[in-house]
Design a protein around this ligand. Structure first.
Ligand SMILES: *Cc1c(COP(=O)(O)O)cnc(C)c1O
Length: 497
């Protein structure tokens, strides 16, 4: 299995190189040269395996530069008892016949990023060994909330790595902040920034592009790396849970092997749903992938009209991990709908950069709509879905998942498509407890602290908060440092010693 760049098909690399470099030097993203097939017989064999067994079989097809024993070890490290759902890892919950929730939030940070970020560090350290790298990798991440914590948990105490996370000190929720500043591990550091997320991101970019800094680090035996969502090492692990969910539904008799399903995916950067697309291309019986957006509905418009236009207002919503106007992973899908024409793709990406918009032709749009449908939920619809799903099925979901339930409902009414639907659930409702509680109850939430709100949500819903969140109540802050926007580099050097 080789990988090629979306902006230059002649640029090839193997899986370890792709995972080590992240982005292609021409600015493109690496994609598999051809999508490996999953035959009916193979799918049948996966049904009797547990999540780890399924992961190993599927990852082996994509990560051919790693040997099987190595991958097995990584999969065991990633998908073990750090998941409260172990050995299920990504359980499928039945709401009624034909409607299911695929829960991706039983990992250490209670959100879906764990699915990839628990495995990526091992793939990365394996890649470093293979490519003869002897320096320590320093992962730098700017975060608006979920990614930072998931990266910290993933890289915590992983040999040959250190990780530094910067967050806007007033720009993340209080629970997200608590999660980060109490982080455990001997190779981690966390730093607040006086400023917003853009300031944090620009500060990190400045470090990456500062030759003096790169030299100073290299002299001390370090090099910089990132763990962002365009890295193939984050996408490959996500393909697994689509296939695993299908296997579970066959295993418990909700589907017959070969029956089609729809997946409804709450989408921001287009990484999660893209993994579903690769699963479908491998041969998983998927009818439609339904892209669910919040009020920032740039993808809904694109999938309906073929016109992508980021020139629009940005809204801060109750589903913040989907507040995105440029979905970086969409490029991989565009490459396919343009029949892998790298020049045409480069033209669109240039137009996006200079004008903030582009348009695809009728043929490409037809291919896109062959596999995808799309919809969005505004803030009222999101809140209504939380209470509607709870009232109808007794199922508690977070704000991101609620966007998907709302879009699923709209889609079924609009199309009359009765294909069984799996809603992809991306966060624990307790991670966004304030919004979830106010959707369910009239009780005032203002003035209450996070743990009082969790208690109240627990009472109203008769569910229990995940230990990983509730135990933060007793945690001691470790990283209280807040620095100015020009001091990210000195914080880093200070941490590395
Ligand atoms: C990151 C995230 C998403 C969006 O996933 P993409 O891969 O960026 O589309 C949705 N929900 C939650 C809770 C997330 O953390």
């Amino acid at each position: 299995m080789r990988y090629i760049s979306t902006r230059d098909k002649n640029r090839c690399a193997d899986a370890p190189t792709v995972i080590k470099t992240g982005i292609s030097p021409d600015g493109g993203l690496f994609v598999p040269e051809s999508i490996p097939a999953l035959g009916d017989g193979e799918l049948y064999e996966l049904i009797s395996l547990d999540y780890r067994g399924r992961a190993l079989k599927i990852l082996q097809k994509y990560l051919t530069g790693y040997d099987v024993d190595e991958l097995r070890l990584y999969v065991e490290k990633a998908y073990g008892t750090r998941f409260s759902s172990y050995p299920d890892i990504a359980p499928v919950v039945r709401l009624c016949d034909g409607l299911y929730s695929l829960e991706l939030w039983h990992g250490p940070t209670c959100a879906f990023k764990d699915m990839a970020l628990q495995l990526l560090p091992h793939l990365l350290t394996g890649a470093l060994k293979k490519t003869g790298e002897t320096r320590t990798a320093v992962i730098l991440t700017a975060t608006s909330g979920d990614t930072g914590k998931a990266a910290l948990e993933g890289f915590r105490d992983v040999e040959g790595t250190k990780i530094v996370v910067y967050y806007p000190s007033e720009g993340v929720s209080s629970i997200q902040k608590l999660q980060m500043i109490s982080q455990q591990g001997n190779n981690v550091a966390v730093c607040g920034i006086e400023g917003n997320f853009d300031d944090a991101q620009n500060g990190v970019k400045a470090i990456f592009t500062d030759p003096a800094m790169i030299k100073a680090l290299s002299d001390r035996g370090f090099f910089l790396s990132s763990a962002n969502s365009i890295n193939w090492g984050r996408l490959a692990p996500q393909i697994v849970y689509y296939i695993s969910a299908y296997c579970d539904l066959v295993k418990c008799g909700q589907l017959r092997l070969g029956d089609k399903v729809n997946f409804v995916v709450p989408t921001g950067n287009f990484g999660n749903i893209l993994a579903g697309y690769y699963a479908a291309r491998m041969g998983l019986p998927v009818h439609k992938l339904i892209c669910a957006s919040n009020r920032n509905n740039v993808l809904t418009d694109f999938i309906q009209s073929g016109r992508y236009d980021r020139n629009r207002p940005f809204y801060a919503t109750a589903s913040p991990s989907m507040d995105i106007l440029v979905s970086s992973n969409l490029e991989r899908m565009l490459f396919d709908v343009l029949n892998r024409d790298d020049n045409a793709l480069k033209g669109l990406m240039d137009a996006l950069k200079t004008e903030g918009r582009y348009r695809i032709g009728a043929g490409a749009l037809r291919r896109l709509r062959g596999q995808f449908d799309a919809g969005f939920a505004d803030e009222d619809a999101t809140m209504a879905a939380i209470s509607g799903v709870f009232t109808r099925y007794g199922y508690l979901c977070d704000t991101h998942t609620a966007v998907a339930f709302s879009v699923c409902d709209d889609y079924r009414q609009r199309t009359k498509d009765g294909t069984p639907a799996v809603v992809v659930s991306t966060a624990s409702p307790y991670k966004f407890a304030k919004s979830v509680l106010s959707a369910l109850s009239e009780a005032p939430v203002e003035g209450k602290d996070d743990f009082e709100i969790m208690d109240e949500l627990s009472r109203v819903s008769r569910t229990r908060p995940p230990q990983a969140l509730y135990s933060l109540k007793k945690s001691a802050p470790r990283f209280t440092h807040v620095c100015g926007r020009r001091q990210l580099g000195s914080f880093l050097l200070n941490f590395l010693g």
